[in-house]
Design a protein around this ligand. Structure first.
Ligand code: ZN
Length: 57
């Protein structure tokens, strides 16, 4: 499925079997995002934490 990049509005390809916490990157701006929420065909992304320790959700 395709998800809009929060950064540049580009199309990010997310595998149908993607799981929470998986990292996807935008082909347009190169930014990396973590899959934050999956609800049916709706996927929410948040910027991947590079130095943070915000993995405990
Ligand atoms: Zn982008």
């Amino acid at each position: 499925m395709k998800v809009k990049c929060p950064e540049c509005d580009g199309d990010i390809n997310v595998p149908d079997d993607a799981v929470l916490g998986e990292i996807v990157s935008c082909p347009d701006c190169g930014q990396e995002f973590e899959i934050h929420k999956i609800q049916g065909s709706h996927v929410e992304l948040k910027p991947a934490e590079v130095e943070g320790e915000d993995w405990g959700e």
